[in-house]
Design a binder for this molecule. Structure first.
Ligand code: ADE
Length: 426
């Protein structure tokens, strides 16, 4: 396992001297995460994770740093590696290793080979609990480190894409331990996906390009919670929004939300900006690039970088070069130029800082409470994917409202009786 001489714990980070900046960033970010702060205070007192080894594979950001610190302060022994090679905040990785004694294996821009070696380093911690954002730890455990599976009691999964992979494992009867799907919590997908991705994907596109949104034709591929968020925010900034979908219900919803809906083959010819948020692969491919307007911008806000067929784009191009830090211009043989942002990786994390802390507060509160739940209840769980228990989900919402100084009504006894009876009101 790599060990940097400047840290008391094993780690592989870019530069430990960045720790000072990272510490300030992580601390100030924590101010915007009041729910996680409250959980941390309780964890410090009650030590619900005492003796639990956790391996986490997350986007290495200031927000994740605060989750790691919360778990550590709850008694867990935690290691962290990156779930995406472009999203790591190197200063944050450095402070976790140097100032919080949390082993971190993550370097922004790491190669695929280093990425996988970092996952291997995290698994060498012999985790009782895995925490994934995209199911790469689960995948590595079930393929390359099956010897460690008997020691694992459970896991959590942050994202839509990861949950899809896990449900496929359950369907095929190969998942070897229970996993809580954080994404299924209402306080996760209604907020992180809709408002978090909605805002941060556009933020990433603007940071990468500095385009004016007003007046553009903005094509959103996929109308799940993330797509809904991106479309709403794009419209709010004056763009005309087209949605492409394969699901008739989502397509109808997009239409009634005020978007134009059409197949990708038609949208390709009229879009100025394309954003993929489908979770699928090759949603934008050769036949679409061939129709696109000169100067079109291509970005992905889904978890993996396969939604835009970059290989096909490369084959169509006579030349390609970087025009800005996160913009690669592909010059097609007929002279048209198409601009790919952030190598097709999630643009909010590649060119921006991911979701803002105040919305990650909700996701990571669910993570912390679900790890506690898993620690207490693993013996009674099957090797399945579970939702976050409703009571925990509601608790997160209540805590967030409280932190914002917002109070809500309660049902009277009479109202409660009415709402649970079948005999009244006919
Ligand atoms: N996923 C999206 N935004 C994130 C953030 N800020 N931190 C960790 N994971 C994220």
């Amino acid at each position: 396992m790599p060990h940097d001489a400047g840290a008391a714990v094993p780690c592989d980070v870019k530069d430990l001297t960045l720790a000072e900046v990272g510490k300030r960033r992580a601390e100030s970010t924590f101010q915007a995460m009041p729910v996680l702060q409250t959980i941390r205070k309780r964890f410090i007192k009650t030590q619900p994770l005492a003796g639990v080894r956790i391996a986490a594979c997350l986007q290495v950001t200031a927000e994740s740093a605060n989750l790691m610190i919360t778990l550590r302060d709850g008694g867990a022994s935690v290691v962290l590696c990156a779930s995406n090679s472009l999203s790591t905040q190197d200063d944050v990785a450095a402070t976790l290793a140097r100032d919080y004694q949390i082993p971190v294996f993550a370097i922004k821009g790491e190669s695929n080979e280093v990425y996988h070696s970092h996952i291997a380093s995290a698994l060498a911690h012999q985790p009782h609990i895995t925490m994934d954002d995209g199911a790469d730890l689960v995948n590595a455990l079930h393929t390359r480190r099956q010897d460690l599976l008997s020691g694992v009691i459970g896991g959590t999964e942050e994202t839509t894409t990861g949950v899809i992979r896990l449900r496929a494992m359950v369907r095929d009867g190969v998942l070897r331990y229970p996993i809580v799907a954080i994404n299924d919590a209402q306080t996760k997908h209604l907020f992180g996906n809709r408002y978090g991705t909605g805002q941060s994907a556009i933020d990433g596109i603007l940071r990468a390009t500095n385009i004016l949104m007003a007046g553009l034709t903005f094509v959103v591929c996929g109308y799940g919670w993330c797509g809904r968020g991106v479309a709403t925010r794009a419209r709010g900034m004056g763009a005309g929004v087209i949605v492409t979908e394969v699901d008739p219900i989502k397509a109808l919803e997009a239409l009634m939300d005020g978007c134009r809906v059409m197949p990708m083959g038609e949208a390709a010819a009229i879009g100025d900006v394309f954003v993929t948020v489908t979770g699928g692969k090759a949603v934008i491919g050769k036949e679409h690039f061939e129709k696109m307007r000169n100067g079109a911008i291509l970005a992905n806000a889904g978890h993996f970088n396969g939604e835009i067929d970059i290989e096909a784009l490369g084959k169509l191009a006579g030349a390609r070069h970087k025009t800005r830090e996160f913009v690669e211009e592909f010059v097609l043989r007929d002279g048209r130029k198409l601009n790919l942002l952030g190598e097709g990786r999630p643009i909010n994390l590649a060119a921006g800082e991911g979701h803002p802390a105040s919305v990650m507060d909700l996701s990571f509160a669910n993570q912390a409470l679900s790890v506690e739940f898993m620690t207490k209840n693993h013996a009674s769980l099957d090797k399945l994917v579970y939702g976050v228990p409703e009571e925990l989900d509601k608790q997160v919402a209540r805590m967030k409202l409280e932190s914002m100084g917002v109070r809500i009504d309660r049902l009277t006894l009479d109202q409660e009786r009415y709402l649970t009876s079948w005999s009244e009101g006919t």
